[in-house]
Design a protein around this ligand. Structure first.
Ligand code: NAG
Ligand code: NAG
Ligand code: NAG
Length: 304
């Protein structure tokens, strides 16, 4: 083999690293950063429920097929989120930090059905956010506090999923998301934040959405994902499906400048997260081209 061939093979194998020669170590994340990040998400959820309950009355819920028990439980969920906000705010003040304030949001909710569908997605993302941040928390007291919020968010998620006739616990493990992945999912809802909030050590990747034509998505289905920004890439692309045991990679094909096709691998059910990456060995923020997208995969693990 000629030397030029070998070096070009090496180059193509290491394309993500070559594209980022000044790859820095990830900035050190402190417990204050994590509490601010959690508070950012809790503010979003808190405002979301308060706004939804101001938009829609019990009568609207009943017309949408939900009864009074359900309506009262949504009020309870809203109360939980408000309580999480005040808990995290107090914790940050106790550390002499200035807690981030509520931002302005655009939730795009049009009716009770879209309110509940969005609520369910937000709760699922909340679970994955706490799960993904847990390992970075240094002080064990905060880890327990974060865990006690996570378990409540996961019950909210199960309740909302069941109310929409989705499996409440579609698989044995929930998927952890890192800060940048969660911020990518949250940022389309955030219109602007007070200047005084400062900047969190997080960034959003280009957005990725399941194409509306891909419906009732099951294992092995070919799905289309829409890119918010076109990828100009001659490199190989992969879809990385996030799981606690590590990602599963499937080949991803660019179809035109802003659409990608890939196949749903086995072992993923319920609210699932997929990224487009240039690496098929690990998911590193340097190699992410877009996403995550949220893909609802029907059917439950263990069911026929
Ligand atoms: C409340 O209604 C406004 C106006 O229709 C809408 O823009 C917003 O997304 C709704 N929010 C929720 C959470 O229902
Ligand atoms: C609402 O529906 C649930 C589930 O079917 C039921 O357990 C509950 O009693 C109902 N509540 C009311 C007020 O009818
Ligand atoms: C998915 O495809 C693989 C490979 O063709 C096959 O073995 C498996 O049974 C399929 N799974 C489902 C759930 O269809």
């Amino acid at each position: 083999m000629k030397l030029s061939t070998i070096s070009s093979l090496l180059l193509s194998g290491a394309s993500c690293v070559v594209a980022h020669p000044t790859k820095r170590a990830a900035p050190k994340i402190t417990d204050i950063d994590i509490l601010q990040y959690a508070l950012t998400l809790e503010h979003l959820e808190d405002k979301f429920y308060r706004e939804g309950l101001a938009n829609f009355t019990l009568k609207h819920f009943e017309e949408a097929g939900f009864n009074e028990t359900f309506y009262n439980n949504i009020k309870e969920v809203s109360y939980d989120e408000t309580t999480h906000v005040s808990f995290l705010t107090t914790a940050l003040k106790g550390l002499n930090a200035t807690p981030v304030a509520e931002c302005t949001y655009a939730f795009g909710v049009t009716d009770v059905a879209s309110f509940i569908a969005t609520a369910s997605i937000l709760e699922g993302v909340g679970v994955s956010a706490y799960l993904g941040a847990a390992a970075s928390i240094v002080d064990k007291a905060y880890l327990t506090a974060a865990g006690s919020i996570l378990t409540v968010e996961s019950r909210h998620s199960a309740y909302l999923r069941a109310a929409q006739k989705q499996s409440p616990f579609p698989q044995a493990f929930d998927a952890p998301l890192d800060l940048d992945q969660v911020f990518t999912l949250a940022s389309p809802f955030i219109k602007s934040c007070p200047e005084s909030n400062g900047k969190l050590p997080v960034k959003a990747f280009p957005g990725l959405m399941v194409d509306a034509a891909s419906k009732d998505i099951k294992t092995n289905a070919t799905i289309a994902l829409n890119l918010q920004q076109p990828i100009d890439s001659h490199e190989k692309l992969y879809a990385a499906w996030i799981a606690v045991t590590g990602p599963t990679f499937t080949p991803a094909t660019l179809v035109g400048g802003n659409k990608i096709e890939t196949t749903v691998p086995e072992g993923f059910h319920g609210q699932t997260y997929v990224l487009i990456t240039k690496d098929n060995e690990k998911v590193s923020d340097d190699c992410v081209a877009a996403g995550p997208a949220i893909v609802e995969i029907t059917g439950a693990q263990g069911s026929p």
